[in-house]
Unconditional design. Sequence first.
Length: 486
Amino acid sequence: MKSASKFEKTAARCWNLLNEGKPFTPIFVIGTMTLFHLQGLLQGEWFPFLISLLFTLPLFILYFYYDFPLFLRNYLWIPIIGYLLFFESPNLALWGFGIGLYFFFTVFFWGTFYYHLRIGTDWLNFTRFWKLVLKNSDSTSGNAQEQLPKFLLLLAVWDGMMTNLATGELLPATHYFVFCGAVFALAFILHHFLFDWKPKQYDSFTTGEAIDEELMNEKVVVIVIDGMRKERFYEANTPYLDSLMEQGTEYLNMETVYPARTVVCFSSMFTGTYPKEHGMKSNMVWKLGIKVESIFDSLRKVGKKGKMLGIAHLVDSFGKDVETVTAVMHKDKADRNIINKAKVIMEEQDPDLFIVQLIGTDQIGHSRGVLYDEYIEKIEEADRLIQEYVKWLETEGKMENTTLMICADHGQADGIGGHGHLDEGERYVPFFMVGPGIKQGEKVQEKHSLVSMASTIAHLLGAPFPSHSRGPVLNEALKERWKQHE
């Protein structure tokens, strides 16, 4: 099983410039304008091109600062209508070129060519992917309902200013700035009054006494089935995971964090806090490394070792605490290869905490959609592989005093398996625990958050809580002797 190379880590970071909606919008608009006006630029007509870009810059900044996820994207058409009412008609050839280029990039280049090279989807993937782009509710480049009104307005304003500069009929500055001010006001009002679906956060830091030394777990093993949507998990045939739930405690209302991106979720799960503190606010990481202590740091304080096995993105948060796997492999081999490497790491390094990320379910959700049989099949494959791995751990004597946690980092919405802004299917995730100190057959109805994972792991392994841990220990799952005492 190959690790992610330096090239793959760099390529993954670069790809997020096109995957995340905020950087994609300016990159796409600048690229589209450059291609459309290429002949004039080659003839030296740079002055009107750049000056008109400066006039459009406030709108670029606005659309970079604000997301318009879920139903907020519908309001993005109001500025388009305003532009059509108060200014000259847009260049329809430019709009047509931009729309064609957008769907070529998302549906064929990304949805077909990229996924064929990376995970082996077939060359007809575009026949499904265009529907997923139209249905996507998340603020990514693949959300046509958000990206179309954004780039159409930017193209219209930029090209309109450029045309007026060329003819000497500069658009009246007062009209332009009033229009920009109105768009800013609209965005502020929407996000201040209507952007109200973020999960409630814990205000105080985790407190409580450490577990008695004789009750400490020898190990904690966490298996994260990336992108496993909860109701699809319940629909799948997963006899082994079902049996583990009955042997342990299941949390029926376990919430992910906001925004529900993989890097953000893992950072919150294993620091115990939120993006505003750990610094990972999307998969697009501008500065490497979390800004607070992780569970790995806590374990080092008591002479214990943790290790995470995952894709290259996770190095951005946790650095050398991550053993990487390459994400460039056939979709039917990914999780099998990860489990094989997980055995090698446990055999050779024997960590006290071992976190394994299975990526097959998430890959299929993104490339083929979550409402199809392939997605269910990947969940069922994960069930078989986890059974194989846990049985191997038992044979190796690694499960005698071990707590096993099984969860997803986030769910997935309709469309291209979008996740981030908590559409239906993203917010609540499967989560259950089984082990010597875990209650059997318990079902916890109360709402909890994945940020409680760090403190619960620290408690079970007798380590201090990470410095900024806010999630309370999951006491509902613990037998009386193992409970954290306030």
